[in-house]
Design a protein around this ligand. Sequence first.
Ligand SMILES: [Cu+2]
Length: 150
Amino acid sequence: MFFRVLLSALVFSTAMFSIVLTAANAGTVQNHLRFEGGWIRVTSSGHPMTAGYISISNDGSRDVVLISVSSAVAKMVEIHETTFQSNVMKMRKLENGIRIPAKGVIHLEPKGLHLMFRGLKMKIKEAEKYKVKFMFLNGGLAEVIMLGKK
Ligand SMILES: [Cu+2]
């Protein structure tokens, strides 16, 4: 609970926010990563969850592992994969995150890997910008803007 409050405080406090950005810039991993086309599916008010999608490229010479994701818009953000069992679509939480190979790219997209925003604290609106924090196994982190989209 304290951790959750602390995260929200980090996002909303301008002073603390710049410290987060500095930490991100100082990391070795983020310099090699590119985040593209990030979007979160819009919701109606009171809807408890939604999905988010993004492509992450790793231009570095080492694999990196996306281990967790957080955002002030939701109580938790999980990393999910979609599987098909007898033509039934199911999703599963990836406890060990996602490996992004050196010189490789991963695409989080509908019917595939995705972010699951659970316990939404607000409605996701079209064309609105949302800050989402990506954390990596080596302790690096990156703040990324994701767009509300239908
Ligand atoms: Cu899911």
